[in-house]
Design a protein around this ligand. Structure first.
Ligand SMILES: [Zn+2]
Length: 347
């Protein structure tokens, strides 16, 4: 059996489908931006800031989300947003990520006068530059926030649809899940659906399987962010399998938000064995102190995934991309060839 090393996991071509822009900054960059923008950071060395931003003491999802006000304080201008997106794609490329879908809520980036459009255009410029420099294909998902009004979500859905074909490939609902049902934002999802823009929805992370049911049945989400507690409802799990709803798993993040007690309790293994579409993702590289190689390593070490199984998981990341089908199929063909030659080299 193939010995799984970090180097091998780095060489495995991977897709990153669930990654928040405002949760994936480099601490060094945060400090530089804070200096330029005259914003205060809670720590003044990169190492101390890295430790501070890593959330290991949250009691729930809401507490985990509090750290985002710090990253957002340096994400209110176009240039910083462009730089942050570029650096994220660069970091991903170095981990063997070939395809990145980065998500964020532009409504949180307009406090200093950017328009919503500018708050989308700036990261797209950064991603385009990273594509030229590193060959990584990156697209944006626009997030709405559960605890914001339905009208705001609708406005964000309009924005996402406006950028369809110009770098935005999907729509998402994020934020505090408990007590903030997705059904409130149904109109936003309906607008995306009517305009052929695929949707994902954070669900089953800070609330139970009923929340996943709502994302599937009311919002018609094609993918579920986390879906950790889908495991509690076997009938819904069977339905997700039958309809091809894909689960975006984020192992470390789920331990931090107490969605699971420990890594070895993560339902990823059970989802994979049940034949569900699943992918491995980082969620927030900064708050989780992780990268995609590390997350694949956790799946190998704690959930018993073999290299062949991890290659299958990686492939599902590409087949469930929100790219238009023609682009997606071309990417999958490239990845299949690459995985085959990687396997060849292991023999
Ligand atoms: Zn997330």
């Amino acid at each position: 059996m193939t010995v799984i090393t970090s180097d091998l996991l780095r060489r495995l071509p991977k897709a990153e489908l669930h990654c928040h822009l405002d949760g994936s900054l480099r601490p060094e960059t945060m400090l530089e931006l804070a200096r330029d923008l005259k914003v205060k950071m809670p720590r003044d060395s990169a190492e101390a800031l890295r430790d501070y931003m890593r959330v290991d003491d949250a009691r729930n999802l809401e507490e985990y989300l509090e750290r985002f006000s710090i990253t957002l304080s340096v994400m209110q201008q176009a240039e910083p947003m462009e730089r942050i997106a570029y650096e994220l794609a660069e970091d991903c490329a170095k981990e063997g990520v070939r395809y990145l879908e980065v998500r964020y809520a532009p409504i949180l980036n307009v406090r200093a006068g950017l328009t919503l459009e500018q708050a989308v255009e700036a990261p797209l410029r950064g991603l385009a530059r990273a594509a030229r420099d590193y060959g990584i294909v990156s697209r944006v998902l626009v997030c709405a926030i559960r605890n914001m009004p339905a009208n705001t979500s609708l406005e964000l859905a309009w924005l996402a649809v406006d950028f369809k074909g110009d770098g935005v490939v999907g729509f998402d609902l994020a934020g505090g899940e408990a007590g903030n049902p997705a059904s409130v934002h149904a109109q936003a999802f309906a607008h995306c659906e009517a305009n052929g823009l695929p949707c994902t929805c954070h669900a089953g992370e800070g609330a139970g399987a009923g929340s996943v049911a709502e994302a599937m049945h009311v919002c018609h989400a094609h993918r579920i962010g986390h879906g950790t507690r889908l495991i509690e409802d076997p009938a819904l799990l069977a339905e997700a399998k039958a309809t091809g709803v894909a689960i975006e798993c984020c192992i470390t993040s789920n331990v931090q938000t107490r969605a699971i007690a420990s890594v070895d309790q993560h339902p990823l293994r059970r989802y994979f064995d049940a034949g569900l579409q699943v992918s491995i993702n980082t969620d927030n590289r900064l708050m989780s102190g992780t990268d995609l190689v590390t997350e694949y390593g956790l799946a190998a070490k704690h959930l018993g995934f073999t290299f062949d199984e991890l290659a299958q998981l990686a492939r599902q990341g590409f087949t469930n991309a929100f790219l238009p089908p023609v682009e997606r199929d071309a990417l999958v063909a490239t990845i299949d060839a690459e995985i085959a030659s990687l396997r060849q080299g292991l023999r």
